[in-house]
Structure formats: structure tokens, C-alpha cells
Design a binder for this molecule. Sequence first.
Ligand code: ZN
Ligand code: MN
Length: 493
Amino acid sequence: MAGEQVIVGLEVHCQLDTKSKLFCGCSTDYRAEGPNTHVCPVCLGLPGTMPVLNKRSIEYAMRVAKALNCSVLPESEFSRKNYFYPDLDKAYQITQYDKPLAEGGYLEIEGDEGGEKRIRITRVHVEEDPGRLVHMGNAERGRYSLVDYNRAGIPLIEIVSEPDMRSPKEARKFLNKLRATLEYLSVFDSEKEGSLRVDANISIRGSERVEVKNITSYKGVEKALTFEITRQKNLLRRGQKVDRETRHFLEARGVTTSSRSKEQEHDYRYFPEPDLRPLQVQSWVERVVLPELPDARRERFIAQYGCSLNHARTLTGDLRLANFYEKVVSPDPAKFATLADTWISDTLIGELNYRTMSIDAVDPAGFTGLLDLLAGGSITDKSGIEVLRVMLDRHRDHQPCETPAAIVDSLNLRKVSSGTSENSPACGMAHNPVQTAIAEVLTEHKGAVEDYRKGKKGAFNFLVGQVMKKTRGCADPGELNQLLVEELKKKET
Ligand code: ZN
Ligand code: MN
């Protein structure tokens, strides 16, 4: 479908996680004490006030620029972007325009065609956030709107990409990678509502470009883009053309609607902000040191712990998850590295998503305890999942947490073995419990035994299942298989 190539570019606004606002000392904690409590003459834009630049926010912005492989310009400049909107009390936004903080970088993502793909970054600039409008009533029938200026003046960075993404999935991967990078840099709190907002430019090659504004969730980006691609392709198939316009994404309905024709840049009457001097960072930028970033950590996880590429990607794609992994394996990396790699990536993440719980809810030491039981062969993988579920459910329900070993004992989950007698009583069964169970199953299900002799593969699995049921999942699967084969052979002779 060469004629229908999808082209996506993103503009991402991220709140920098500073204590105070960009040009005044007001707190950035915009929900703490109700609306319009963290405001002052500067961020309310009263006449005669002067902005004073927050140094920390420039430090943070430079970290981001460097991590995105951009060149930080020795001199950048703030401008006034003039427009009227109720959330913009001054009727202009202080932002960077002609001379942004940084230009020309890239971020690597896992591309649709596999392997790393570079998404070029056009520019990174600093600006202030406007206030927040709260619409009373519902989306269709708004009664009136309230304005909260607590958010006005919070430092933002705007990151503009080149149109290098070719699908909604690549756009989502770009955002995930960007979020991870910002978190590794300790400049961003993704848990804060509205901390990341996306405008997406999308077109089908050869036709006009549409801008979808103000998408506020990561999932929203993929949904909005998928909707737009279908809409634009349908127009083109009917021989109509796509209008160049700005559209809004209605998250609840999963659709975009036309909002207005796009303003031209000259409508904003940009001019240099007369109350701020040009920003000179030439010697400062060299002193900005970056921590280990997601790509480097991913490679380290592969080299140091032997993680698979996919698991290493998952684990390091989220700062808290990566920290959790390293805490879990730290008591004995040689023993836990591989187990933790699969148990976190394949099992724990799924169980957390199912409960909409975050990794912060899991105690690393408790998880190491669980892996220890698995490593020592005390419980089967199946029991391990059961113990994990109990641990998570108790945490979710605010019940006291027990150690994994205590949960294993209270649920009688210690592995049943036909061999040594010391293992067997824990499961409350007589000795040779697996053999006893096999003997019972073979007499109870003569039909299945017949089927097995006739060569029906399903019959064997059925018998395994029955024995598992009798031992309540505590039988070692390898041993069970082996004993069952032996017993069936005996019956043949
Ligand atoms: Zn203020
Ligand atoms: Mn902007």
C-alpha cells in the first residue's frame, strides 16, 4: 500500500517537575489547596510585574535536550505569543520561538519493522503553561466554565519531532520511550494528571496534514491516530480530499471532530519578551551531567544479568520497574537474575495490569522470597503464581501481608514428591502421594487408559490433569509425567 503511507509527527508538552513556577515563586502543586490558591501578581499577569526565570527549570530542560541528542544553542530567547483565551490571563504566553533552547536531536525506538529506529527531534523549547479550564455540565451541553490559574506559569518543555513515525504504534512507542527518558532524568512525574499532552500531525502521503490537539493520555494517542487514519483513508477512497485543519480528540467517544481552521504563525504576533534577557548557557550546558538512560540500562541488563532483549526492553522501559528488578536480584544476582527476568516480565506485569496496580505495591524483598522458594524447588510454577496472586490481592485489600513461605504453608502448597517422605506431609497427603494419586486415577478412568493405548494423545494430558487435581497442583510436573508413563507401561505388560 505504497500510495497510502501514514506520516505522523508529534508535538509533546511535558511539565517539568520543579517546586516553583517558571517566572515566580508560586508552588507548582496545583491541586493541593483548591483552585486559584497558588497564584501571585506575576503568574496572574497583572500589569507592572516582572518575570524572573527559574534556574532549575532550565537545568531540567537542558538535561532533556542532551538526552534527546540535541545541540543546545549557546543563546536562546523568550518571546511573547499573543492570543486571547480565558485560560491565558495575560493574553500572551511566554515561550521560545525564533531561538529555542535546543535543536536537531533524535530518540531511538523499536520500529515497526523490528530493530532500532531513529525518530528525529526538530527542537526542544521552554515555555509556561496556561491555566486550566473546568467545564461544568457535560461535553455536549456545557453550562459554564471555571478557570483555575494554579497551573498558569508551570514550566513546560515542548518537544517537536520530525514526521518520522509511520503508524499509531510507532507514535505510542515514541511516547513511552520519551516518558521513560524523562523519568530517568528525574525531571518529570508521569503520575501527575495532565503532565504530558500531545498534539499529533497526521497525513496520508500526498494529501493535506491534519493536527489533532490536546490528547492527554498515552492510549489516547494511539486511538486518536487510528481513528484519523481510517477517516482520512475513507475520504480519499470516496474521491474526496482531506482538509487541512485542526481537530479535537473526544477521548470518551474515541473520535476526532473538526474544531477550527489552523491559525497561521503570524496570527500570534510573536515578538521578543522585553522583560527577559536572552538566555546564555554556553558554559553551563557542559556541566550538565546525565544519568544512565534507558538504552544504556537495557544493554547493561542484557550483559550483566543475561536478560533477553525483549524482557530487558520491558524492564528498563519504566524506571520503577527497572529499579524493582535490580532490588529483587540484589541479594544473589547469580541465583535470581534469570528467574526474576521471566517472573517479572511474563507473570508479575500481567497480574498487576489485571488488578490495575502499580509496581510500587510490590515489596521487592517479598518477591525475592517467592523466587527463592521457586529456585529451591519447594513449590511448582503453578503454585508460585497462586502465592503471587494471594500477595497482590492482600495488598490490594489492605490485609496484612505474610511472607511467601507462610502463604505456601497456609495453603499447603509445598511441592509433593513421591520420593523423600519429608516433603509429603506438608501437602496433607500420605507418603508417595503422587503414586497414590496416579493409581487412583488409573482405576477411576479406565476409558482414558484405553484411549491412551490406542494412541490418543489427548488421553495422556487428561490423565495428567486428573492427577494434578488430586494433588491440588502440588505435584512436580516433570516427576508426574515420568511416573505416569512408567505406570501406564506396567499396565501394558
Ligand atoms: Zn505566581
Ligand atoms: Mn507550546
